[in-house]
Write a new protein. Sequence first.
Length: 237
Amino acid sequence: MMTYPIEPIGIIRSPYNEKFAVPRQPNLVPAGQGELHLLPPFNDPNCIKGLEQFSHLWLLFQFHQIDPEKWRLTVRPPRLGGNKTLGVFATRSPFRPNHIGLSAVELKDIILEKKQIILKLGSLDLIDGTPIIDIKPYLPYCDSYPEADAGYAQSVPKQKLTVEFSTTALNQLAIYQANHPKLAELIIQVIAQDPRPAYKHSNLDQQTYGITLYHFNIKWQITNQQATVIDIDENKI
């Protein structure tokens, strides 16, 4: 069988440091924005000439936090509650033969600094450090099919949790507000999607969960459908 080597053209910088907190599609957490840093020799202005004409991009990427030996013929999509099995090619599961993903994102700006090219992106669903293997401009006339059938994922998933902050967490947010004005918004949008595994969604017992966004360790508890953020700890670098 023929093989084809793939060289990353850039690296994603995003708020998400682990799979647990990543939204399942790029438009679900508007505050979760990021950047694409192009790598040599692709950090050449000639590579992106004309890209500023497009408002959105397709990013092809590799699921780099997945064991390359782990792929499956069938998976259990979280959208179906993790209770129904479908073929891997009928899903967007990361457990794919070549671990390749595709994401449509907004291009907000292009920054050229010395020998560094940075694409400022809107809402995205990629872990920090994700290798990007290609960029293609999004073309509305042929890339958008509003009347298409999408099986079990026809509509935007509803937010599953309401989110509030404890007094301790509110005091912590006040301290971080100057340098991270959208931190509260990001936390709310991420937790509202309920990043827990599907089999835990019906668990009525109060439990404490943790996620990492940027360099913040965030702890939250769930009672019924109410999530309460109880601690936001900043990791000093």
